[in-house]
Design a binder for this molecule. Structure first.
Ligand code: URP
Ligand code: ZN
Ligand code: ZN
Ligand code: ZN
Length: 488
């Protein structure tokens, strides 16, 4: 079936350029972007006059149908993606966490879960141990399975955490494969210590979660990961940057020329930790995620870092548990499943917080919500752009309309929302995914199985020149000093 669409009269915004133009779509692909396009009568026309026509959002960081902390996230690949589409996100990259399985078996589990997808998706792979088999499987994953990034957890001691030796092995392997190393940067040993201390002090509620893992532990792990990546000379992507401490380490490294990418998430940009002190457990526990949502001030500093380019793209870390699951930790914050929502809210909250406030331009909005993610994961300009030949993943945002967030009307399966009651300007009125109108007039029309797996090739732009840098470093070293064995 050949679906034809014309989006008429809107301001088409790309990361590099914006102009008033029509967008013509056929069979899921953008065919033309030009003012005043003439089309035949069988084409569905959408009037976008006075609105912005932008690439659909790409969320670089989600956890759908993930088994974690003794339970499973309540949004699966269908419900999480439906929520995403209702909020203007048309692709996400999810983390395969192969807890006890091989990497390949872990991936197969996720391939199965993703069969009900209603939008395009890709995968990152988590590495929780390292040996010859993992090393071989990493090569298969990159060369045959379309995954170009591996995540290392420096936190979650006793389950996912890796030590420095393993991180170094992983960084070297990533480099040789042209895959991007990603880190969850918190010092897991110190977190474990901090948690024991809170329990000893009798602090068992959700506030204990934040108190047990302060910003200094995020700063330490971020600095350590950056230095080790610098030692290996491979690019590094720091996921969910939540604190000034971590952000400043990234700023310093980037200033020195190191290739470090920093990903803030929406919760870190727009929330502060006050909710964790709410006397109602259901309210307080919904804010529990790692690294924790920080004290007021970190949010504004992260917004500033996104606006000045120290941080480059916004994720969500969408990882939701309902209030029944959160209540597993009613007597002990260590048992509260970690994670917050955001996949549906990201595009609206970044628009309102960053564009409406004047902190970033509209072209920068496209860059931080879509284009930069496509570039980093090597799928630009198929994704992240509105140009002839790109996939027809498109949103129409009305800057004069407004959004309101609450658990009653959101599309996620969870029963709470960390952004409950927020309103703001700018509303995604239409979402087009793979050339199909899936969100219009506040109605979702999603089809399970219509989402495609997007293969992501290795050696992104961050790798360019790395071999040369290594070669010039080696040639700059003096020949080994020859010493005689004789003693005096
Ligand atoms: O609390 C969080 N962030 N849950 C998801 C797992 C992770 O660390 O990204
Ligand atoms: Zn132009
Ligand atoms: Zn993490
Ligand atoms: Zn995460």
């Amino acid at each position: 079936s050949s679906t034809k669409l014309l989006i008429k009269g809107g301001t088409v915004v790309n990361a590099h350029h914006q102009e008033v133009a029509d967008v013509y779509v056929e069979d899921g692909i953008i065919v033309a972007v030009k003012p005043d396009l003439k089309v035949s009568d069988d084409v569905k026309v959408i009037d976008a006059t006075g609105k912005f026509v932008m690439p659909g959002g790409i969320d670089p960081h989600t956890h759908l149908a993930m088994e974690f902390m003794g339970t499973e996230t309540i949004d699966d690949f269908f419900s999480g993606q439906a929520a995403a589409l209702a909020g203007g996100t048309t692709m996400h990259i999810d983390f395969v966490i192969p807890v006890n399985d091989s990497l390949i078996a872990g991936l197969e589990t996720y391939e199965e879960k993703a069969k009900k997808s209603c939008m395009d998706y890709g995968f990152h792979m988590a590495i929780t141990k390292f040996d010859d088999i993992v090393s071989r499987d990493m090569e298969i994953i990159v060369k045959e399975k379309g995954i170009n990034s591996f995540k290392f957890f420096l936190a979650y001691k006793g389950s996912l955490m890796v030590n420095d030796e393993l991180l170094l092995e992983g960084l070297k392997r990533c480099k040789s494969l042209g895959a991007l190393a990603m880190v969850h940067a918190e010092n897991g040993d110190a977190v474990f210590e901090g948690q024991k201390r809170m329990i000893q002090l009798g602090i068992t509620g959700p506030e204990g979660h934040a108190l047990s893992r302060p910003p200094v532990l995020e700063g330490e792990a971020t600095a350590r990961a950056i230095r080790l990546a610098g030692f290996v000379n491979t690019p590094l992507y720091v996921v969910h940057v939540m604190s000034i401490d971590a952000m400043e380490e990234i700023a310093k490294a980037r200033k020195s020329g190191q290739r470090v990418v920093g990903e803030p998430v929406v919760s870190g940009l727009v929330l502060d930790d006050s909710g964790l002190w709410d006397s109602d457990f259901a309210t307080a526990s919904k804010y529990v995620m790692s690294p924790p949502i920080r004290a007021s001030g970190h949010d504004k500093a992260l917004q500033g870092a996104l606006s000045n380019g120290v941080l480059q793209l916004v994720g969500t870390d969408h990882c939701v548990f309902n209030s029944t699951q959160k209540a597993f930790g009613i007597d002990d914050f260590r048992k509260i499943p970690n994670g917050v929502n955001g996949i549906e809210e990201r595009m609206h909250l970044v628009w309102d917080t960053m564009v409406e406030s004047g902190q970033i331009s509209i072209t920068d909005y496209v860059r931080v919500t879509s284009t930069e993610c496509a570039r980093i994961f090597n799928i630009y300009p198929r994704k992240g752009a509105i140009i002839a030949g790109s996939d027809a993943d498109i949103i129409i945002l009305n800057p004069n309309s407004s959004f309101e967030i609450n658990a009653r009307s959101h599309h996620s399966r969870t029963d709470t929302n960390v952004y409950e009651g927020r309103r703001g300007k700018g509303k995604v009125e239409v979402t087009i995914a793979g050339g199909r109108v899936v969100w219009e007039n506040n109605e979702l029309k999603v089809v399970p199985g219509s989402g495609k797996y997007i293969e992501m090739p290795p050696f992104n732009y961050l790798f360019s020149g790395i071999d040369k840098a290594d070669a010039s470093y080696l040639s700059s070293l003096n020949a080994p000093v020859k010493r005689s064995k004789s003693t005096t």
